[in-house]
Design a binder for this molecule. Structure first.
Ligand SMILES: [Zn+2]
Length: 360
């Protein structure tokens, strides 16, 4: 079969052996697979990823001298069921799955592995126990957005929302957009969102942002403060000494960029007692000033991935039309278009999410 393969730091198209389902596994055809920012990071910082994986016993780091097939945001069609499966999913069924394989040695990731081929290949293996049938005749390229949306749903769940916070989303790429969509579902308003790209600000509005900020024109934290003023009742209810502090509602800041310097920028801009959720994936060493965090008593929550329940919930949100996932897809390509798509994604004006259709 054909696949877009990560080999020697580049994406190349080549033939590879046909996967054969093991016990509990299902052979599927990749219908649609999103290109994730993490894939772009992994191509650029693969060695760093391998290095960091050593801090996690039980994780199999990639061997970069061997082929890897990326692709963890997918929707597939069942082709064949392996031994020891229940046959619950008939051939032709459209499915999504967490990007993991259940093996006797424990769960193993799909997409950043030498052994578990991701969905930039024509066919791959999934664990029957993790499959979710795609409901409502939802199109594969939209069902494939389940994984990135789940990242936002999880980040918002981890924020321990009380209901009186005013959120600020820094960065409106796919991660920031997923956070905005998840905040809208939670009913937390107004949602303030900042991005330098006009196209991404427009998308942020489409997905639920109430106020969008161009950081080149105005300071996101100043705009946030304008929209976070306490009501007269809230002001009056404050204990006497707190009345000396600015009358602002609690800040909930989502860092969705993931480049060095961003966390320090958030530390500098954040108001006192802000809760900061770091969703952007920065793969380089970064520095921030602890004293800023100390003086402001900032609360930093890092997040990763999602739970199986959040994943299933995200698929339902898209299938029921509660999240306008379609607006995030800016292009579809075949296997031969993956390498160029990686380059094209560098331009936020042109693209948000590019979907790979390996069957094309
Ligand atoms: Zn991803």
């Amino acid at each position: 079969m054909r696949a877009a393969i990560f080999r020697n730091g580049e994406i190349v198209v080549d033939e590879m052996p046909e996967p054969k389902p093991d016990a509990g596994q299902v052979l599927v055809k990749s219908l649609a697979c999103g290109i994730c920012g993490s894939d772009l990071h992994a191509r650029k910082h693969a060695h760093r990823m391998v290095e960091l994986a050593r801090h996690f016993p039980g994780r199999n780091p990639m061997d970069l001298s061997r082929d890897v097939v990326f692709g963890h945001e997918f929707c597939c069609e069942v082709l064949d069921c392996g031994p020891g499966t229940t046959g619950r999913f008939k051939a032709g069924t459209k499915v999504c799955s967490l990007p993991a394989l259940l093996t006797p040695e424990g769960p193993q990731g799909i997409g950043y592995s030498n052994d578990n081929v991701g969905a930039y290949a024509e066919r791959l293996l999934l664990s029957e126990a993790l499959l979710l049938e795609v409901p409502n005749g939802l199109a594969a390229e939209h069902a494939a957005l389940t994984e990135p949306l789940a990242v936002g749903v999880h980040a918002v769940a981890k924020a321990n929302i009380r209901g009186d916070e005013v959120p600020l989303v820094i960065g409106c790429g796919p991660v920031g957009l997923a956070v905005i969509a998840a905040l809208k579902i939670r009913g937390l308003h107004p949602i303030v969102a900042a991005d330098y790209s006009p196209a991404r600000r427009a998308l942020a509005e489409k997905l639920g942002a109430d106020v969008v900020v161009d950081p080149a024109r105005s300071q996101p934290y100043a705009t946030w403060a304008e929209h976070a003023q306490m009501s007269p009742e809230e002001k009056a209810a404050r204990p006497p000494l707190q009345a000396l502090l600015p009358a602002l509602k609690p800040a909930l800041i989502f860092e969705c960029v993931g480049v060095p310097g961003l966390i320090q920028q958030v530390f500098e801009g954040a108001p006192r007692d802000a809760r900061i959720v770091v969703v952007g994936v920065c793969m380089e060493t970064d520095r921030s000033e602890p004293m800023l965090g100390i003086l402001k008593e900032l609360n930093v929550q890092y997040v990763l991935g999602y739970t199986p329940e959040e994943f299933a919930y995200s698929l339902r949100l898209i299938a029921e039309g509660q999240v306008d996932a379609a607006s995030m897809v800016t292009a579809t390509v075949g296997i031969d278009g993956v390498a160029k798509a990686f380059a094209d994604l560098a331009n936020p004006e042109a693209h948000t999410k590019i979907i790979v259709e390996p069957w094309r």
